[in-house]
Design a protein around this ligand. Structure first.
Ligand SMILES: O=C(O)CCC(=O)C(=O)O
Ligand SMILES: [Fe+2]
Length: 294
């Protein structure tokens, strides 16, 4: 570790979700928040039973397969240098059409699970910041973003970050205006392995020296000598972290019983409910605004 490196984190320890800890996540002062057993395992099981069979691959991705129910704005991003060169001019229109197709997803799932779990998480955030607007991102009528994707990352991600001002630079998206970006992941299944590592390195233009031009990943050299925090998610856990930090998901391991119902390539789906959370610059006379999108 080079002697001039000073961690941005005050310490690496499990922190519960409070107003204070959420502000510290936005400011990059702590690595992650963990609310264990935020969701009852019986509700998680109902969601797993209905959603795992419906998982489909992302419409567009580079690197290991990503599965989903719902919409990720990521699917409409330029993920590689080739994507940047061949960018269609209707990417945003296609995104908003896909959102329309999925706008009743949570209502529909709630009729089966009995609890709108996306709403439960958002209500919790709203209760912490009653004087803020906590809303789904939008760009006007008919142009609401989708928040609350059900996602399964079974085969790992490269080291990456999610920083919309850079990742979505190809067009003018409202999410490019965020000054801070975090994510919540609510883990909905008891899978084996599949830990998440968060590294004490945030995206700056310098990070581009380490960018893999063929994917959304960065080379491991970017995190060398930096502190790393590890999350080993359990079913029902709610985790939040600052996605401007480099992070990665490790592969889920195969189940010991290969005949277990619902396995994908021998693995239990690493099912999460996930959404980004961004802070917009405060406008004169308006409340601070947290926007949500997946
Ligand atoms: O599923 C996780 O633990 C983290 C996945 C991820 O890369 C993200 O939420 O940005
Ligand atoms: Fe990520």
């Amino acid at each position: 570790m080079s002697t001039d490196y000073v961690s941005q984190w005050k310490d690496i320890m499990e922190t519960s979700l409070t107003r204070q800890s959420f502000l510290e996540i936005l400011d990059g002062k702590i690595p992650y928040i963990l609310e264990s057993q935020f969701l009852h395992r019986d509700v998680a099981k109902k969601l797993e039973d209905v959603l795992a069979p419906q998982l489909i691959p992302y419409l567009h991705a580079t690197g290991p397969t990503l599965l989903k129910v719902g919409v990720a704005q990521f699917e409409f991003q330029a993920l590689s240098e080739a994507d940047v060169q061949n960018r269609p001019d209707n990417a945003k229109e296609r995104y908003f059409i896909e959102v329309q197709k999925n706008k009743h997803l949570h209502d529909h799932i709630t009729t089966i699970s009995g609890q709108n779990v996306w709403q439960t998480v958002v209500d919790k955030l709203r209760s912490l910041f009653p004087e803020w607007d906590v809303v789904v991102a939008d760009e006007g009528p008919g142009k609401e973003y989708f928040s609350g994707i059900f996602r399964s990352i079974n085969d790992s991600t490269p080291i990456h970050c999610d920083w919309s001002p850079y990742d979505s630079r190809t067009e003018d998206w409202v999410i490019n205006q965020v000054t801070k970006q975090a994510v919540f992941n609510l883990y909905l299944a008891p899978f084996a392995g599949g830990r998440t590592e968060i590294h004490d390195v945030q995206w700056t233009p310098d990070a581009l020296k380490f960018r893999d031009t063929e994917s959304y990943g960065y080379s491991s050299a970017i995190v060398e000598g930096r502190e790393t925090a590890t999350i080993e998610p359990k079913v029902g856990d709610l985790c939040l972290f600052n996605t401007r930090n480099m992070h990665q998901v490790f592969p889920v391991e195969k189940e010991e019983d290969p005949n277990m119902e619902g396995l994908i390539n021998g693995k239990r789906a690493r099912l999460t409910l996930s959404s980004f959370i961004g802070l917009l610059p405060q406008r004169e006379g308006e409340k601070p605004r947290l926007i949500l999108w997946s």
